[in-house]
Design a protein around this ligand. Structure first.
Ligand code: PEP
Ligand code: MN
Length: 333
């Protein structure tokens, strides 16, 4: 349920109303906009007398929200959420470029890639330390050591680091990571989501291979309902009957998610297509349809990459792409 307050309501009266609502066992999500404050009521609102609340002199309107996702619902928070990571911002008109290798392999590799993506204009460095691989015989990542190497790359370049967490038990290793990624395969690992909700770290939540937008939003809701509102949604392609591409990039998800939710939405054209030469056109399309950022795989030696070399851009290709992304952003301003 949403309670929109009249503009210019006294803080004391607002607090009284909030205390009264909390006394009914509800959680209150407060969104302070430029024009008015909106209270999102979370919990069992069935017994709430909407007419009574509407009759209060500080209340403008009361509406029931039918969707099951509340905290991430744009109705609860009409303005775009802006998530700040170091000097980078995502959402509300702030575009963020995350780039780096699929996996952290060596100190030389991650530092070289970090320097080149930074020089090209990236705002954050990605790199997997814990890798969810289809085959147990494939490279599984450097794990804790990979995180240490990412930190070295951050020290060298100043870029915040983004890396995937697969298990709650690894959480202590991520205490100095800037953005924790929940990969497609873990989008519905509810224990993990709930635990990440107890941290104050920005969470990059990827859409599952065969998950609907509502399911993605419900997963964001798990994190937010546990107290962490710093969630970035990521469309990374879904399983369809596409044959020549790794996945199907559902770009229409971007404007729809942004309509339904106030959270920033970014796109991963690398995992969506699986082919390096398909990455630039889809990155530009994602930019054009309103994504708040991109996460792109870049490797200094893609042919010898331990993971996802076929979809990784070389640094010079990434640099060229960034110029075009900026041109598209300018065009759609
Ligand atoms: C990744 O970003 O390295 C990754 C494994 O992505 P996804 O979870 O989208 O497959
Ligand atoms: Mn990858």
């Amino acid at each position: 349920m949403i309670v929109a307050l009249k503009p210019g309501v006294q803080k004391e009266k607002q607090d009284q109303l909030i205390d009264w609502l909390k006394g009914m066992g509800l959680d209150i999500h407060i969104s302070t906009g430029e024009y008015q404050t909106i209270l999102g009521l979370i919990g069992n609102t069935e017994k709430i007398d909407t007419e009574l609340i509407e009759s209060l002199d500080i209340v403008d309107s009361v509406k029931r929200v039918s969707e099951t996702f509340k905290c991430c619902n744009r109705k609860f928070h009409p303005d775009d959420s802006v998530i700040t990571v170091g000097e980078a911002k995502i959402g509300g008109g702030n575009f963020c470029l995350i780039a780096g290798p699929c996996s952290v392999e060596t100190e030389e590799q991650i530092i070289e890639v970090a320097k080149s993506v930074k020089a090209a204009g990236a705002n954050m460095l990605r790199g997997g330390a814990f890798k969810p691989r289809t085959s147990p015989y494939d490279f599984q990542g450097l794990k804790g050591e990979g995180i240490e190497l990412l930190k070295l790359a951050r020290k060298e370049t100043g870029l915040p680091i983004v890396t995937e967490i697969m298990s709650v038990s690894d959480l202590p290793l991520f205490s100095d990571v800037d953005v924790l990624q929940v990969g497609a395969r873990n989008m519905q690992n509810f224990d993990l989501l709930r635990e990440l909700g107890h941290t104050n770290k920005p969470i990059l939540l990827k859409r599952g291979l065969a998950n609907t937008l509502k399911e993605l939003l419900m997963s964001a809701e798990y994190i937010m309902a546990s107290g962490n509102e710093n969630v970035i949604l990521c469309e990374r392609g879904i399983r369809t009957f596409s044959d020549y591409l790794r996945n199907t990039l559902d770009l229409s998800a971007v404007p729809m998610l942004k309509e339904l939710s106030h959270l920033p939405v970014i796109v991963d054209p690398s995992h969506a297509t699986g082919i390096a030469r398909m990455v630039p056109p889809m990155a530009l399309s994602a930019t054009a349809c309103g994504a708040d950022g991109l996460i792109i795989e870049v490797h200094n030696d893609p042919i010898h990459a331990l993971c996802d070399g076929a979809q990784s851009l070389r640094p010079d290709e990434f640099e060229k792409l960034v110029g075009k992304i900026n041109a598209v952003r300018e065009a759609i301003k």
